[in-house]
Design a binder for this molecule. Structure first.
Ligand code: NAD
Ligand code: GCO
Length: 265
């Protein structure tokens, strides 16, 4: 057994959607724990600054092009990853959102979200698992959301994709456990990134959010470092099919509201 359960030295981690946002934070955390990276983006050129940053940490960063909505792109990327080396860790991070009342969601909005967040994650996992199975080792971390476990007005297709990720995680864990692969879902709460920065420009929204978060602040991307390293490492070796919420406790909110009301009565 490794002396340091969180040490990723000698491991290769593949992260999708690493041109910005949480994908880069996941990459930094894994690289600091010792892993070399394969980082992917729809435009390889967008990865250049991140390659430089990871190399400055003394780790390797191999940039590859990947559009998770394009099956051919997934096959090409996976074949290129196999040439780089044994992939020990996959972080299925690429994702998107369209925020709209359900009555305004278009066919195309729905397809964009489901194809990116759910179908893309499945087919990336499928290709990388094919490489992991002969080695009888793998750690797959699917990025979910608090909306994997509760609904949210204005985010219907997004929450469907995130609930689907949680179910997918359980089924793949059930199927690939015998091959030495763990599959877990890391479910962030609310973290300000390019995807949602417009929300944080609205003070009313921030106040609403903070009021509902027991730890009394929105998430900061480094709050996810421990969870991604944990799920990628030896430390989580007997954990599979689980959804780990990193949300400042917001998913406990329904109970808190009841208690607050009760304490006023
Ligand atoms: N920020 C949050 O509060 C939050 C909370 C829970 C879950 N998430 C999820 O975490 C992931 C990262 O989100 P973020 O907040 O960093 O947002 P972001 O928009 O900054 O990053 C999303 C990344 O996915 C990539 N991407 C989008 N469509 C793609 C496609 N078709 N093919 C390949 N890459 C594609 C983008 O280029 C980008 O690199 C997303 O899946 C998001 O839904 C975010
Ligand atoms: O685009 C958005 O509306 C948000 O960024 C979502 O991604 C949420 O933050 C998250 O999923 C909640 O966990």
């Amino acid at each position: 057994m490794a002396e340091n359960l969180f040490d990723l030295t000698g491991q290769l981690a593949l992260i999708t959607g690493a041109s910005r946002g949480l994908g880069q934070y996941f990459g930094r955390a894994l690289a600091r724990a010792g892993a070399d990276l394969i980082i992917t983006s729809r435009k390889k050129a967008d990865l250049a600054p991140f390659v430089t940053e990871i190399e400055a940490l003394g780790r390797k960063a191999h940039p590859l092009e990947l559009d998770v909505r394009d099956h051919e792109s997934i096959l090409t990327m996976s074949a290129a990853a196999e040439q780089i080396g044994q992939v020990h860790i996959l972080v299925n991070n690429a994702g998107c959102n369209v925020r709209k009342p359900a009555v305004d969601v278009t066919w195309d909005d729905y397809n964009l979200i489901l194809e990116t967040n759910l179908r893309g994650s499945f087919f990336v996992a499928q290709q990388i698992a094919k490489q992991m199975i002969p080695h009888r080792y793998g750690r797959i971390v699917n990025i979910g959301s608090v909306t994997s476990v509760f609904g949210f007005a204005g985010l219907a297709p997004y929450t469907a994709s995130r609930g689907g990720i949680r179910q997918l995680t359980m089924s793949l864990a059930d199927e690939w456990g015998r091959d030495g692969i763990t599959v877990n879902c890391l479910a962030p709460g609310w973290f300000q990134t390019a995807q949602n920065k417009v929300l944080y420009e609205n003070q009313e929204w921030v106040d609403y959010l903070v009021d509902r978060i027991p730890l009394k602040r929105p998430g900061e991307p480094h709050d996810l470092d421990g969870a991604v390293v944990f799920l990628a490492s030896e430390a989580s070796r007997y954990i599979t099919g689980q959804t780990l919420l990193v949300d400042g406790g917001i998913s406990t909110g329904a109970t808190r509201a009841t208690v607050q009301l009760a304490s006023k009565s």
